[in-house]
Design a binder for this molecule. Structure first.
Ligand SMILES: Nc1ncnc2c1ncn2[C@@H]1O[C@H](COP(=O)(O)OP(=O)(O)OP(=O)(O)O)[C@@H](O)[C@H]1O
Ligand SMILES: [Mg+2]
Length: 325
């Protein structure tokens, strides 16, 4: 069995639930503070899934509850179809996780650290050490002490440690933390290649941009609550559409459009209009804007649909997330 491909037997042994992670009403309180607040989470198998929220949103706490590092106060949860805590052993045998930061013995080498971790797992884990080191690009540095590793190297060794168990599901808490742009790029490629092998990667992050680039689906969490979740493309399709218009007489153009049934929010800019159309508005509305203006003698120099990014959508659904953490 190699560490680089998900073994068919481990796939066959696991439950056939379509969800890698499923929670219902999951709640974890610290005193009055519900760090995880009635969370309904569905992480589909075989994708990169981002658990996205600002500092203190409850990302690490949710991961800790899933892994059994702390108890839930209410709700149910399962991983790979195994209900936890009841069948946690079966679930965890198929899960690799890094919580907070990967922790290693600094005075030992990367390879020695993996040997210690493999010794605590099933026999096959030892045979996966070399392939895991290769897989994360750490084979050359495997005999250096971990204390000499950069943050990016530690993160990669952390992923190598996860791969010792040939996991179906990897849960990575803030895997981009402390990485420079090149390191983030490598981590992104690594996550995508793990998904290409048939694994599921659930990662937490406060970095919108990285989640948008890395993940197929996302849950947005704030104050312990999941506000929205789903495939990024679907979430963005439900966002409002923005159209920029360069035209003559912007004020008059605004009056003309405001008198129609477009239902748009229209702001006058120096050289034209910025128009926000409600979620679900079809692109025909853009042609309609053009027609209305031209019929009234307004010269339209340019009409541009602005691509909604996850970030602007994020700000549409919650204003607090736009503030610095
Ligand atoms: N052991 C604890 N005791 C008391 N409160 C805690 C504990 N751990 C977390 N909290 C609180 O729970 C909330 C969620 O914290 P958590 O660490 O899960 O957030 P996070 O989304 O991972 O944040 P970050 O992006 O900073 O890592 C915060 O209000 C935090 O203060
Ligand atoms: Mg955290």
């Amino acid at each position: 069995m190699s560490a680089t491909t998900l073994d068919d037997t481990s796939r066959a042994n696991s439950s056939d639930s379509q969800w890698a992670v499923e929670t219902h009403g999951l709640t974890k309180r610290f005193g009055d503070n519900a760090a995880v607040n009635d969370v309904e989470l569905l992480v589909p198998r075989g994708c990169a899934f981002g658990y996205l929220g600002p500092n203190g949103a409850g990302k690490t706490t949710l991961i800790r509850v899933l892994l059994g590092l702390t108890h839930a106060d209410a709700g149910t949860m399962s991983m790979l179809g195994f209900s936890v805590p009841r069948r946690r052993d079966l679930a965890l045998a198929r899960v690799g996780a890094i919580v907070d930061e990967p922790r290693f013995h600094g005075h030992l080498t990367g390879r020695q650290n993996l040997q210690i971790l493999a010794a605590a797992r099933e026999r096959a884990a030892k045979d996966r050490i070399e392939a895991s080191l290769e897989r994360v690009g750490m084979a050359q540095r495997a005999d250096d002490r971990v204390s000499k590793y950069s943050m990016g190297m530690r993160q990669r060794l952390g992923v190598a440690a996860c791969l010792l168990g040939d996991p179906e599901l990897l849960i990575l808490d803030e895997p981009m933390n402390g990485l420079d742009p090149a390191g983030m790029h490598e981590m992104r490629d690594m996550i995508q290649s793990l998904v290409a092998e048939g694994r599921t990667v659930m990662l937490s992050s406060h970095l919108l941009d990285e989640v948008e680039r890395t993940c197929d689906a996302v849950a947005i969490v704030d104050n312990g609550k999941v506000i929205r979740q789903g495939p990024i493309a679907e979430l963005l399709a439900g966002a409002s559409m923005e159209v920029n218009v360069e035209c003559s007489s912007p004020e008059r153009a605004r009056t003309i459009l405001a008198a129609t049934a477009l239902g748009a929010q229209i702001d006058v800019e120096t050289s034209g209009l910025s128009i926000h159309l409600a979620a679900g508005t079809g692109r025909d509305a853009i042609a309609e804007i053009n027609r209305l203006l031209v019929e009234e003698g307004i010269a339209v120099y340019r009409l541009q649909e602005v691509q909604v990014s996850l970030e602007s959508w994020f700000l549409q659904v919650t204003s607090r997330l736009g503030e610095p953490a």
